[in-house]
Design a protein around this ligand. Structure first.
Ligand code: AMP
Length: 465
């Protein structure tokens, strides 16, 4: 067997692409890239079984850019189909970044907005189309897409396309584009429908499979609370910890040292001191080891930890993992949750999610391929009002997420902020009547759904009766 390629420079790709890879800070090709790139460059049809997060997009984008080389003529030569507008935009982003030192032209086609700009770009001439199946067919039927020059076709997330019922549209597209072409099919799973599709779509394909990294084990019970702010997260945590018998060995994960430290300080004031320890990178090595040992031996009930500090922490019998905040490196969710339910012990993982974190939660759910059930905040827990600064941070984050998903989005937060700080809006006391700070009850009426509790993913903060 050939030795795996360990450097991007070992692929037969040109300097422009290598420079772009370097700019992105990719040190080493991922396993799917190691396997797929040489096969695609050699002209094979390819069946790639790999999930999001494995680097599968660059695995096909890099060789495609290499083969397309430079802008030629006006007719597209590559067609990449994806199930959703978000994925189309993500692929486009990869092409923009990896193709930045080439003059290759590309266009993203998807619904939800008028086709005028998309048509103008097509008419000016493109080398690569990234599209949803529906919008591609619409524009083709309008006579806006010349297809004769297409020589490479990619179906990304084919399983999702099947699940969304796009088989018929894919078949229609296959009928209109030239039959002599290279085909690449990527899918996270290889169920029956995908297998059938691959038989129709691929010719003597090479199959490359990357074992899913991100599976959470069956022995872990997962749930989440939609919680509006930091203080309420603390309240939910304290409420859970009242059940000393069940919550007997708990790791509380937080995303930064600062949060770790402030949460720890709060907890030692509220709980017997020897029940809680904290580990993060600012703690000396010895202190960290001592804390971990104490926790391992069962002398400490609660360990507050950052992701980095908790690497290598091998403790069985952890009763609960509590994600005080949602990890931004999505694989960390799997690592965190994997701390409970070790060695076939039943474990529980509970995640606290605010409105800004709901987006990341959605990404994690895609990664683990399951929806985490939402639990209602118990009636006994006080829901605090969100301090102004925290609310601003949350709104800003949500705006940034929306902008990422839709580059045309202007940003409600920035508009709102501009409005809120207009002096004429202020009342006689010089305060802003719209600001939450001055709203005595905040958005937190007890026992009722919280106003504004709708997250970007459509989740509501829930209350039990
Ligand atoms: P994907 O599986 O294509 O959704 O990629 C997941 C993430 O991995 C993206 O943010 C990529 O930018 C990143 N990525 C892709 N290839 C590499 C690599 N070789 N090294 C580091 N990160 C990578």
């Amino acid at each position: 067997m050939a030795t795996p390629i360990e450097k991007f420079s070992d692929f037969k790709i040109n300097k422009q692409l290598l420079n772009a890879v370097e700019d992105l800070g990719y040190d080493q090709p991922t396993p799917i890239q190691q396997k797929a790139i040489p096969l695609i460059l050699a002209g094979h049809d390819l069946l790639g079984i790999a999930q999001t997060g494995t680097g599968k997009t660059a695995a096909f984008v890099l060789p495609i850019l290499m083969k397309a080389k430079y802008a030629q003529g006006t007719e597209p030569r590559v067609l990449i189909l994806a199930p959703t507008r978000e994925l189309v935009m993500q692929i486009e982003e990869n092409i923009r970044e990896l193709g930045k030192y080439t003059d290759l032209r590309y266009v993203s086609l998807y619904g939800g907005l008028g086709p005028k700009t998309q048509i103008e770009i097509l008419e000016a001439g493109v080398d690569i189309i990234i599209s949803t199946t529906g919008r591609f067919l619409d524009l083709y039927r309008k006579g806006k897409i010349p297809v004769k020059a297409i020589r490479t076709m990619v179906l990304d997330e084919a399983d999702k396309m099947m699940d969304m019922g796009f088989l018929h549209q894919i078949k229609s597209i296959l009928e209109i584009i030239p039959t002599k072409r290279q085909n690449l099919l990527f899918s996270a799973t290889f169920h029956e429908k995908v297998e059938k599709l691959s038989e129709e779509f691929l010719e003597f394909p090479e199959k490359v499979e990357i074992a899913p990294q991100a599976t959470t084990t069956d022995t872990i019970e997962q749930s989440l609370y939609m919680v509006p702010n930091f203080k309420t997260k603390v309240n939910v945590l304290m409420h859970l910890l009242e059940d000393e018998q069940a919550f007997n060995r708990v790791i509380v994960f937080v995303k930064t040292r600062k949060v770790a430290e402030s949460l720890f300080k709060y907890l030692v004031r509220k709980l017997p001191e020897d029940q809680v320890k904290v580990i993060h990178a600012n703690k000396g090595q010895n202190t960290r080891i001592n804390s971990m040992e104490a926790f391992k031996e069962g002398n400490v009930r609660l360990l507050v930890a950052t992701d980095v500090a908790a690497r290598g922490l091998d403790v069985s019998m952890v009763s609960h993992v509590i994600n005080f905040d949602v990890p931004l490196i999505y694989e960390d969710y799997v690592h965190r949750v994997g701390r409970t339910g070790r060695a076939n012990h039943a474990g529980t993982a509970i995640t606290f999610v605010n409105d800004a974190e709901a987006y990341h939660l959605g990404q994690i759910e895609q990664l683990i391929r399951m929806k985490i059930p939402v639990v209602e905040i118990p009636e006994a827990v006080v829901i605090e009002k969100t301090p102004f600064d925290e609310q601003q941070l949350i709104l800003r984050e949500i705006d940034d997420q929306k902008k990422k998903l839709d580059p045309d989005f202007k940003g409600a937060f920035h508009e709102k902020k501009a409005r809120e700080f207009t002096p004429s809006k202020k009342n006689a006391r010089g305060t802003d009547p719209n600001s939450q700070k001055n709203n005595r009850r905040g958005n937190t009426k007890r026992g009722k759904p919280i106003k504004g509790g709708q997250s970007p993913t459509g989740r509501k903060i829930k209350r039990s009766k």
